[in-house]
Design a protein. Structure first.
Lengths: 367, 551
């Protein structure tokens, strides 16, 4: 490792992962595969991916509940995991909100929240606990036991407990997955407000896109143990780095095509877009509903409307191309077509479409 | 044990159901049946307490002056020592087997539960034969072959009894805490670590407190079992309430004195039960939420082999040494002419006869206890209110009734009220039923609590009456749970010694009685085959229970 330059300490990340790799059994797939990322102070990073993608493993490696096979983890510039370094979980100063909350069933809410404050002055413990209970709206519940609380209340106690020792970093493992859908939005709102008001640095694991977009300043997308992309939600949405990211974020159809001298030739015509690939190379284009347009065909139509989903101001049409491939098209509510109507379909994006070769994003070529 | 675990696990569920069911009108036939069962179980105790209260004043005075204080301190001291010993040993073994990388864990998991198949007094017989200061096998061997004069610690008295009982009663604590360790959410300990506690602090501030209900249940069983124990303490010449009552009954035939002593014993037992309820308190350690994930085993590193040695030593002392010694005596008995002749002579009333008596009396008791427990359990689970719960608690009073007390109350009762029963083996069965009814009631309740009431309601809606539904829907569905209860009653009845000794009609010898009588006369080669056979018979229901509890 190169020695750290003093000037960089100003913007030193709160958490840094370098090539973290974890394999649970010899011969098994890598649960976490050379993941590198950094979380800045005061930032909330959402770690998003389908179940089994390695996001919870990553969290447990950071917390120190698992040891990686390779790689380095730094907290505020100090190596906590790495060759020759190992800081046990209790000395890392990381707070964690568990998926099942892991509230101590034998302790009251007050005792749970104060659990991480042992060794401090009694008056300070009392103040900190009272402050957090107030902040999270738990004041009246201080003497209750966990089994006497509702799901949302448990969630807030778990957060208060993790925040009490003022951790360097707070990890949240699918914190809303145990809540009913109707409680989730309110609890989520409160969690975000609390983390923001305390300026906490947080890493938040979820498989729910909407949650990740709501809570995270930036998104990191994980698939099969590999980090696919880490960026702001907007950048990821507009410019997915891999086919997986585009697919996972959803509402995207993939249209195969072939690179030609003038652009990419697809089933719905030539798309005048140059890519840095040799002529004849197979590619896939990511097409969202707003990139596709259609009109009723006058004879010789090759595509059919399968269904119309009325979305108020707009209609989303599902169209079957002659090859059997499906595309979606966003149209104004004034265009009303029945299922079975033959249509002509073409691309009208107004921006270059994301193009993938072998699942990887292909950069656009100079014209 | 297994069903106790189940009962504690389904506690939450059954409470939830109470709200769902709401108040239903009590079914009258069911209530009458449950009342009859409760009366059967509670009458002997009530009668006994009545006799104690109406005992002659001079008997009271004599006992108060001479015996009561000494017996009380003796009994309480032994109870405290054994409870503490079993908790320490049981929790340590459960932790080693469930949560560490101890070598051979799958094997130990079973072996450590095996002592439950052997009555403690058989262990004590072997223990005394091996270590007796004069003439014990080990001192004699040392003196004869090595010329070493080693007397060792005396196997008798307080320490001997505490040691033996700890060795044979730790499985209660072991099984309950092993189950608790297995069910513990790994995230609880991880949460403690992330909040700044190291592994050792986590064990004391989180793991053990969360395990407390399981530990308390195990410790309670041990404490009550120590109160009830007769064979071991008598053999090791340590006088407790049970032993003193037995002596009053069998030797001096002073039933008033025995009734007073029994009253004292029951009061202690009820106090233990009350302490347990108080301990459970408000902080029932119910873990909330799902997402259970097994905790990774704790590496023992340098302690791996010392821990292995500890576990091996416990198994050696509780399983291998007794079984080996019993087997050696059996072989010796078969090769020795006179002993063989003795065995032969008794053949008419020999091993097969004892085995048959043991099996049918314990089997009948198991069947009766479970059948009688069903109405009580059904009422408590499906019609929850104070009357039905009270009946269920009343039926569990047997936990607080040591064998000698049950025997005494049945002797008193048959002498005055039911002379027709006197001298019938049925009285022995009745004693088993009264004493072991709690196990049956708890198993049946646990099984019923897991059964959705909607199944029964579906049966009713299809035009069957409640009795019909009970017999065609409920009982078949909870049958595995009932079987587990029966196995438990069978196992404990098989091992029951003092009640059998006191109540049996002449000639009604069970295996346990045979072992006891022969061993008391020092006829080890004659006692050994019966002891082995008894252990073997008890191992069958034990294996069934362990498999069911996924031990």
């Amino acid at each position: 490792m190169a020695p750290r330059h003093p000037a960089t300490d100003e913007c030193m990340p709160a958490l840094e992962l370098l090539d973290i790799t974890k394999q649970y059994a010899p011969g098994a797939a890598r649960a976490v595969d050379a993941v590198s990322l950094a979380v800045q102070k005061g930032e909330i990073l959402s770690l998003l991916g389908p179940s089994g993608c390695g996001k919870t493993s990553t969290l447990r490696l950071i917390a120190g509940f698992e040891r990686p096979d390779a790689g380095v983890i730094r907290l505020n510039g100090q190596t906590v995991t790495g060759p020759g370094h190992w800081v046990p979980p209790e000395r890392r100063g990381i707070g964690m909100v568990f998926q099942d909350y892991a509230l101590f069933p034998h302790l009251t809410v007050r005792q749970n929240v104060g659990f991480g404050l042992q060794g401090r002055a009694a008056a300070r413990i009392q103040d900190t606990v009272a402050h957090l209970l107030e902040l999270l709206g738990l004041r009246g519940l201080a003497e209750r036991y966990p089994h006497e609380l509702s799901g949302g209340e448990r969630q807030r106690v778990a957060l208060a407990r993790a925040l009490a020792p003022e951790p360097v970093l707070i990890l949240l493992d699918e914190p809303f997955s145990s809540l009913d859908a109707d409680r989730r939005a309110a609890v989520r709102e409160q969690v975000r407000a609390t983390l923001r008001s305390l300026g906490a640095t947080a890493l938040f694991v979820t498989h729910d896109q909407e949650e990740a977009l709501f809570l995270g300043d930036r998104l990191a997308i994980l698939h099969q143990g590999r980090l696919q992309q880490i960026d702001t939600p907007e950048a990821i949405f507009h410019s997915p780095a891999t086919r997986f990211v585009a697919e996972f974020l959803g509402h995207t159809d993939f249209l195969p095509g072939e690179v030609t001298a003038d652009g990419i030739l697809t089933e719905i015509g030539l798309i005048p877009q140059r890519v840095a690939l040799p002529i004849g190379a197979p590619v896939e284009l990511a097409m969202r509903a707003d990139d596709v347009t259609l009109e009723p065909a006058r004879g010789g139509a090759r595509a059919l409307v399968l269904a119309r989903h009325f979305k108020g101001a707009q209609n989303v049409y599902r169209v079957r191309l002659p090859s059997g491939r499906l595309l979606h098209s966003l149209q104004p509510h004034t265009l009303n077509l029945r299922s079975g109507t033959p249509v002509r379909v073409w691309a009208a994006a107004g921006h270059p479409l994301a193009c993938f070769h072998d699942g990887q994003r292909v950069p656009a070529a100079e014209l | 044990m297994a069903n106790l675990i189940v009962a504690s696990l389904v506690g939450l569920q059954s409470r939830w159901r109470e709200r769902q069911i709401g108040k239903r009108r009590l079914s009258r036939p069911l209530l009458l049946a449950a009342l009859a069962v409760a009366a059967l179980v509670a009458t002997p105790l009530a009668y006994l307490l009545l006799r104690a209260a109406t005992a002659p004043a001079e008997t009271w005075a004599r006992l108060l002056q001479t015996r009561l204080l000494g017996l009380l301190t003796n009994t309480l001291a032994l109870m405290a020592a054994v409870t503490l010993g079993t908790v320490v040993l049981g929790v340590a073994l459960a932790w080693l087997v469930e949560r560490t990388d101890l070598p051979g864990r799958p094997v130990w998991r079973w072996l450590l539960a095996v002592p439950l198949a052997m009555p403690a007094f058989i262990g004590a017989v072997v223990h005394v034969a091996l270590l007796r200061p004069r003439g014990g096998i080990v001192p004699r061997f040392l003196a004869e072959t090595l010329g070493v004069d080693w007397q060792g610690p005396s196997p008798f008295g307080f320490w001997g009894a505490a040691f033996m009982l700890t060795l044979f009663m730790y499985p209660y604590v072991y099984l309950l805490s092993a189950a608790a360790f297995r069910n513990l959410h790994a995230s609880l300990e991880e949460a403690a670590r992330s909040l700044g506690r190291n592994a050792w602090q986590t064990l004391w501030t989180v793991t053990l407190p969360v395990l407390r209900p399981g530990l308390a249940a195990g410790a309670l069983l041990v404490a009550l079992d120590v109160l009830a124990e007769y064979g071991t303490v008598a053999l090791l010449r340590y006088e407790t309430f049970s032993a003193a009552i037995f002596l009053q009954l069998s030797g001096r035939y002073d039933r008033s004195a025995a009734a007073i002593l029994s009253g004292g014993l029951v009061v202690i037992a009820l106090a233990v039960l009350a302490i347990e309820l108080w301990l459970q308190g408000r902080a029932r350690a119910e873990q909330v939420g799902g997402h259970w994930r097994p905790a990774p085993p704790q590496p023992l590193r340098a302690w791996r082999w010392p821990a292995f040695a500890l576990v091996a030593a416990v198994s050696l002392a509780t399983v291998f040494v007794p079984v080996t010694v019993l087997a050696a005596w059996t072989v010796q008995g078969l090769r020795d002419g006179p002993t063989l002749a003795e065995l032969d002579r008794a053949a008419g009333r020999g091993l097969g006869h004892y085995l048959f008596n043991s099996l049918w009396s314990a089997g009948l008791a198991a069947g009766l206890a479970v059948a009688l427990s069903v109405p009580v359990a059904y009422l408590a689970v499906r019609y929850p209110r104070w009357t039905s719960r009270g009946l269920s608690h009343l039926c569990q009073v047997g936990y607080a009734l040591p064998g000698v007390v049950v025997a005494l109350s049945l002797i008193l009762l048959t002498n005055t009220a039911l002379p027709a029963l006197r001298g019938l083996p049925l009285v022995v069965v009745l004693a088993y039923v009264v004493r072991h009814m709690p196990q049956a009631v708890r198993s049946s309740q646990a099984a019923l609590a897991q059964l959705a009431p909607s199944l029964e309601e579906a049966g009713r809606s299809l035009g069957r009456d409640s009795l019909n539904v009970l017999l065609t829907v409920t009982v078949p569905l909870i049958f595995p749970g009932l079987l587990a209860g029966a196995a438990l009653v069978f196992l404990t009845s098989l091992k029951e010694l003092p009640a059998t000794l006191l109540l049996r009609p002449a000639g009604f010898d069970t295996l346990a009685v045979r072992v006891w009588l022969a061993a008391n006369d020092g006829l080890y080669p004659q006692a050994a085959p019966a002891a082995l056979l008894l252990t073997l018979c008890a191992a069958v229901p034990l294996a069934f229970l362990l498999r069911r509890g996924r031990i």
